[in-house]
Ligand binder design. Structure first.
Ligand code: NDP
Length: 293
């Protein structure tokens, strides 16, 4: 049977959206935040504002944490550690896989179990079943509380290792931040040439929409360790990125981003991959046995 009581600890934009989603689904919602003023709208909507973290934990079995990082979790939960026994902490705070694992160990030492979560949507996507959150941790705990988790978003269980949800999340963030920055960078060069973001939007969107097709084409080759130059050659890629950096430089725009791309492409050529696909850069960047440790 699904839990109908939940505590939400951390009321940034994300935590507030989560508390609203639980209230909207009829949950008894207890909230706590370092800055209690942020609970105003939620209390008006029926949430209970706990006076202490211990009171929030005592409200039910499940507490959802939505904090900046795991340092914030320790800052909040260490003084209330005596109230953790028997609790399920759904930790939706971003941090590294290792910090997620250590957090799960720390909670276990106090009798609590952690489900690590990595939310893949902004606050506006909370409450939408089409949105997705990575989860990892004890499977039985995840399955038992799945209905509660699915009030927030769809739930994608990655495995028992508490670091896995954080790992998948950070992999997605690697793609997200570099691709969003490349878009901003192109806009800076467009702007230097009198082209607005709005004018460029359909073209940027078209390029972004073409990316999954390339990923699907190259994925089996990468998994097989094969990088034939039958479709593209790294030497051609170097020339192409040079054209980008020259265009950017001529526009008076910061060249650091395409410069970093060019440096990696050139390393690939120096390593003997000129006639291979640009995907051979995977071999240049990946962790090799001699780099392990
Ligand atoms: P914010 O950084 O705006 O809010 C974080 C919360 O953490 C606030 O409640 C804040 O309290 C609390 N906090 C931070 N440091 C401390 C501390 N030392 N002691 C006590 N409380 C602390 O984050 P968001 O709400 O935007 O996001 C929450 C999490 O969700 C983050 O890990 C973020 O990476 C992740 N996320 C966010 C997305 C977004 O679009 N916003 C998208 C996907 C994931 P106070 O209010 O008192 O400052």
């Amino acid at each position: 049977m699904s839990v109908r009581k939940v505590a939400v600890i951390g009321l940034g934009p994300m935590g507030r959206a989560m508390a609203r989603a639980f209230l909207g689904r009829g949950y008894e919602v207890t909230v706590w935040n370092r800055t209690p003023e942020k609970a105003g709208e939620l209390v008006a909507g029926g949430a209970i504002l706990a006076g202490t973290v211990g009171d929030a934990l005592a409200a039910g079995e499940v507490a959802v944490l939505s904090l900046t990082d795991y340092d914030a979790m320790y800052a909040i939960l260490e003084p209330a550690a005596a109230h953790l026994d028997g609790k399920v902490i759904v930790n939706l705070s971003s941090d590294t896989p290792d910090r997620s694992r250590k957090g799960a160990e720390w909670l276990a030492a106090h009798g609590a179990r952690q489900l690590t979560g990595g939310v893949q949507v902004p606050p506006s996507g909370i409450g939408d079943p089409a949105s997705s959150t990575f989860y990892s941790g004890p499977r039985e705990v995840f399955e038992r509380h799945r209905p509660t988790l699915e009030v927030l978003t769809g739930a994608d269980y990655r495995g028992e290792d508490p670091g896995l949800a954080a790992l998948y999340y950070q992999l997605q963030m690697d793609i997200f931040w570099t691709s969003m920055l490349s878009w901003l960078h192109a806009l800076a060069t467009a702007d230097a040439n009198g082209i607005t973001a709005a004018e460029f939007l359909p073209y940027a969107a078209r390029t972004a929409a073409s990316v999954p097709g390339f990923m699907e084409f190259y994925t089996p080759r990468i998994d097989a360790g094969e990088h034939p130059g039958d479709v593209d050659r790294l030497a051609m890629g170097v020339a192409s990125v040079e054209h980008v950096t020259h265009t950017v430089h001529a526009a008076g725009v910061d060249v650091a981003l395409p410069g970093a791309v060019l440096e990696i492409f050139r390393r690939g050529v120096a390593a003997g991959h000129a006639d291979s696909s640009f995907t051979s850069l995977f071999e240049v960047m990946r962790k090799l046995p001699e780099r392990a440790g």
